[in-house]
Design a protein around this ligand. Sequence first.
Ligand code: ADP
Ligand code: ZN
Ligand code: MG
Length: 474
Amino acid sequence: MKYELVIGLETHVELDTKSKIFCSCGGHSEAKEPNDCVCPACSGMPGMLPVMNKKVVELAVTAGLMLNCNINRYTTFDKKNYYYPDLPCAYQITQLNHPICTDGLVTLKTSMGERGIRIKQIHMEEDAGKLVHGGKYSYVDFNRTSVPLIEIVTQPDFRSAEEVVTYLNKLKSMFRSGGISECEEGAMRCDVNISVRPEGSEEFGVRTEIKNMASFEAIEKAINYEFQRHVDALEYETEELVQETRRFDDASGKTFAMRNKETEADYRYFPDANLMPIIIDDEWLEQIKANKPVAVDEKADEYRAAGISEKEIDMLLSNNKLMKLHNDVVSMGCNSKDAAAWILTDCAGILRKDGKSLNELTVTAEKLGAIIKMVDSGKINRNAGKKILIAVVEEDVDPVEYCSKLGLDRKVDESMISEVIDKVIEGNPQAVADFKSGKTKAAQALFGACMKELKGAGDPGTIKSVLDEKLNTL
Ligand code: ADP
Ligand code: ZN
Ligand code: MG
């Protein structure tokens, strides 16, 4: 019999906020030493009260908008009670009854074609601390306690490991471009819920949940292993499938049972009376919408329409800083395709010569935009623009000042070009003789000499055609 894989994901993402979700301690990237981002509130001292971080709400809403969710204007927090040494309050503050976003949709393109994955909900919650086991003792580090998370829960809509990995990569690039999270190693963790059913069947099979997976590669392996285990159990009755939580062991490539699945009742959820309900009014929502970066798909379409190549689109979409630089330059009135070439080819080339990468680019949009505008308006030619760009990238000069200092914007008319060419032809009899004897390369040397004489000013196309004309009529 043929079996179908059914997967639903619960993905936790650490938000890139300056401070934690309910106190002013530094966020997840601040900590250097264990327990150096800790205060009485996030270490669970009695009587301390949580204070909501507004930025967390805004990032959660932004994520919801990107995933086409309904934004719930009334949202509340609940306590999820359990005891564990990394959870000093013995409860986690999370959202059960009124999550911030519901009913979204993401579309994926894979070898199975284009399919939609429904988002059940997105909720806000705090992370737990970390236990460090060493020798005789175990240590607890509260730096991660109360770091803000959003949890994105999908409906059981995935039908292959490929779809799962495509979805996770899509979330990652969306969240990066949205300033929601850089999603570094460990900042994006998934619980993978899997079941298997005979192909064509409407009913779901028994589900198992693989907890806390951080690597996409491991997720793929775990799904494939678990699929086969379920199929074997159904087909050959190798074991009885039960709803349970499992862990994936990277070394053996297998999953192992951890515990029976808890039900909601086990956590004794109840509303957190220490936090007021949050009301998101029209004005606030409009403000968040206005600041929302365009979704990756829309942005890619926009780049494509401007004639930017697929390779350049990938480069822009995977680097928030470059995308912003490009955007700012375009909003100064520069052509989008040109701007991409200036950044991704010219700036990259200059940096490469110094052994640097585009990540180290420090040129401002103002300066880059000024150069591109001078070129686009015909004030200077592209070579002159490139010369200015080198000085801007390497020495941070002012492009307009530098341009007039070197006289790159000198108006060069045809009569001046003609004069210079005559001078060059006169001064290089050998090259001219070579050209006449059929060495066409000699024309290039003469062209170079003209450009040098004009100090980079003048339109290269005009110079070339006038030079060719003169050489051919000699
Ligand atoms: P619980 O309350 O037990 O956590 P949820 O309804 O919140 O259950 O679902 C948790 C996750 O499990 C969701 O991502 C959902 O899509 C997924 N899920 C539910 N049923 C199945 C199933 N039969 N097979 C695979 N995934 C499932
Ligand atoms: Zn704190
Ligand atoms: Mg659940």
